[in-house]
Design a protein around this ligand. Structure first.
Ligand SMILES: C[S@@+](CC[C@H](N)C(=O)[O-])C[C@H]1O[C@@H](n2cnc3c(N)ncnc32)[C@H](O)[C@@H]1O
Length: 304
């Protein structure tokens, strides 16, 4: 993510600083970035990169100061400075800035499927499909759904996995570029560029019989509001199925890779608080990082 300062000289200082950072000369890079911010005090990319370098140098207080400047310089927080502040313990855990998620996935959209499915062995949609089949089989009901909502639909991989079992798919995603890709699949009757909670709020009571979220809850800190809306939107007998990343403890943490990990007890508790019954909650990894499976959960919840 690079946001020009609008000042050619400051932008050039930034480019040199990035080269130095990549070569490992962090002190010189920080010096150049300070010069860039003197020339252009509202230069969000320079403040953010300075924050990263201060952190790499072990200068926590200076890193916090720089990340705060980046936040002020770009109120949409497209770099995700607030996430870095959460990781540094300078801000309480909160939801991801929408501007950050949108910028991340708009940039990622052209190479999303090759990077995720190819490089990281992504298997979230297949896990959800298997879990939904198992949950239906357990209650001796067929796994066919009239109306499904795909939260954080991305390029449409979950709709592809369920295509033969769903009559009408709606996709909701924050990233317009991901939605463009989803549209090209022809799998969705309706696509909406919005936050998943807002998208659900716009739906009628009992209007869907399946809600999916494949690798999307990792961008939501507090699951309670989304699960409560999902519960309202599901028809009686309907299912909510989602993947999550998890960790050894309970509660919610923001991991090193800036994705939230939800403890299994937290997920089970949040599902029940939303008025849904846990049909299935299993440890399953949806993707690899550094050639090892990332600890994950697959959850299926049913509306009574
Ligand atoms: C890792 S991708 C997964 C996409 C797709 N579900 C799949 O399985 O391939 C996560 C998607 O969730 C979307 N997303 C993240 N937070 C969101 C939110 N609060 N509301 C709507 N979409 C969100 C992102 O834009 C991105 O397209």
């Amino acid at each position: 993510m690079f946001l020009s300062s609008g000042d050619l000289v400051a932008d050039r200082r930034f480019d040199f600083a990035r080269d130095l950072q990549l070569k490992g000369d962090l002190v010189a890079a920080a010096d150049l970035l300070l010069q860039a911010t003197e020339l252009a005090p509202g230069f969000a990319s320079a403040w953010f990169t300075l924050g990263e370098i201060r952190e790499q140098l072990g200068e926590r207080d200076a890193a916090i100061k720089a990340f705060r400047k980046a936040q002020v310089a770009d109120p949409q927080d497209r770099h995700g400075a607030s996430l870095r502040l959460m990781r540094l313990g300078a801000e309480p855990l909160a939801d991801m800035p929408q501007g950050y998620v949108r910028a991340l996935f708009d940039q990622y959209a052209p190479k999303f499927e090759s990077a995720l499915v190819g490089d990281l062995g992504y298997r979230g949609p297949a896990l959800l499909f298997k879990a939904v089949l198992a949950a239906r089989a357990a209650v001796r009901k067929p796994a066919f759904f009239k109306s499904a909502i795909d939260l954080g639909c991305g390029t449409g991989l979950a709709a592809a996995a369920f295509a033969r079992n769903v009559d009408r798919f709606t996709g909701i995603d924050l990233s317009p570029r991901m939605i463009e890709k989803a549209r090209l699949t022809g799998l969705y009757a309706e696509l909406e560029v919005t936050d998943m909670l807002q998208g659900l709020r716009g739906r009628g009571d009992a209007s869907a019989d399946l809600i999916l979220a494949a690798d999307a809850m990792v961008y939501v800190a507090d699951l309670a509001p989304v699960l409560a809306e999902a519960s309202r939107v599901l028809a009686s007998g309907g299912l909510l199925a989602f993947t999550a990343e998890t960790h050894g403890d309970d509660g919610v943490i923001l991991g090193e890779r800036l994705r939230y990990a939800h403890g299994a007890a937290y997920v089970g508790g949040a599902v029940e608080t939303a008025g849904l019954n846990v049909s299935l909650l299993e440890n399953r990894s949806a993707r690899n990082e550094d050639h090892a499976p990332v600890p994950g959960l697959v959850a299926v919840a049913a509306k009574a």
